[in-house]
Design a protein around this ligand. Sequence first.
Ligand code: NAD
Length: 475
Amino acid sequence: MLEKRQFYIDGQWVDPAIPNDFHVIDPATEEACGVISLGEQADTDAAVSAARNSFQSWANTPLDQRVALIKKLGDIYSARRDEMAEAIRAEMGAPIDLARNSQWGAGGWHLSGFLQALEKFDFEQKMDADRIRTEPIGVCALITPWNWPMNQVVLKAIPALAVGCTMVLKPSEIAPLSSLLFAEMVHEAGFPAGVFNLVNGDGAGVGSQLSAHPDVDMVSFTGSTRAGIAITKAAADSLKRVSLELGGKGANVIFADADEKAVKRGVIHCMNNSGQSCNAPTRMIVERSAYPHALEVAKATALATEVGPTTESGRHIGPVVSETQFNKIQGLIETGIREGATVIAGGLGRPEGMNKGYFVRPTVFADVTPEMTIYREEIFGPVLSIIPFDTEEQAIAMANDTVYGLTNYIQTDDDEKRLRVARQVRSGMVETNGVGRVQGSPFGGYKQSGNGREGGKWGLEEFCEVKAISGVPIG
Ligand code: NAD
């Protein structure tokens, strides 16, 4: 079992002010795989102070030197892939191939997307006689969740480092091992002391302390809408910038003329990472003439989705992250049944033959109606709701009938209809016909899915202030 109680502050590993052990649980075994310490105000203050003290000199470091360090970090991230995959597997229960490929890969993909965006990024532009400068916002608190740990850490730390911000990372206490490894990589790359700091802690402790801290200029947060609201309130007194990437309840609108793999693709996407993705297409909205066939395909696909140990190679899904999540998902499946939806695959309890680990049966509900809890609430487990529609207008209204607005999906062979519907759904991203977004494309939501845009040029801008200077001749 990994024991890693120290925090990374001012370029070194330091003991917590007050030791406060917290066990990291491997969700596949329900046993501890690590021990960390949860920080106190004194740890938060020490990390913020280190970030503050190093800010001016890091902001003034020439861009090519900052970029060289980021590239070195990228090389180390690649060289230590197996260690990173193992940390992610153990802490959040991704099967090892998912951890080595998508989970680890997302970090590298975003890192190189930022490097590309930096090549074209204008830190100073002219507007007639004015200079418009883009400058780092200052000290940033990065608060991240457990579901795609390196995806989220890289989406925050790399642009902040690139534009000249300094930072304190507080990873999810549930999955802190990958971030501790990331901090080791930052150290190995040789970033100046104080530029990147890590303090472990929970939301009520270090998370709230960072959000309210008078010397933090910005909080970049990914996680639940509940915590996003709490952070926004805590940050209000110091009027710091708060960038939010929150939950989702994505609609997958499948028209009768969609390609034959559309339903299967949608189910697989929903179940990926055991359903623990904010952008998962969890509401499948199917044109009525195609509904009966969609139910058959969805049922077959869910039944064919294997659930298995995280240490085994393969395309199966693993457990959900914790006992709390397991119980929450079971409760929502129960509610779905009570409210009258029909289970056509999966259901309550663990998959057959499993009696340990937070494994959930891939579950599909038919006969769902818009009033039902399972249609409205983010479940964050391998649970899909299917519902029919009659007209295009109705499909758009149903897709938009949610407090969230992260990613919606549209499947039809008709190019014009695809674009027409894409323009009318209220979400930060619309993926159509199974085509994923390109590298550096902005990731973020409308409505209660947040207000931030991460990745590429937009992700760099998030960590910047804009300054207009007049009256100085431009040569
Ligand atoms: P969570 O909100 O419980 O925790 C996320 C992080 O916030 C953790 O580090 C936690 O310690 C911290 N935190 C919790 N309460 C806090 C508070 N009051 N003040 C400060 N920090 C606090 O979320 P989670 O369970 O770790 O992650 C799942 C959620 O994240 C889902 O709702 C999912 O949709 C969302 N998510 C969104 C995106 C996106 O980009 N939109 C991506 C991944 C996950």
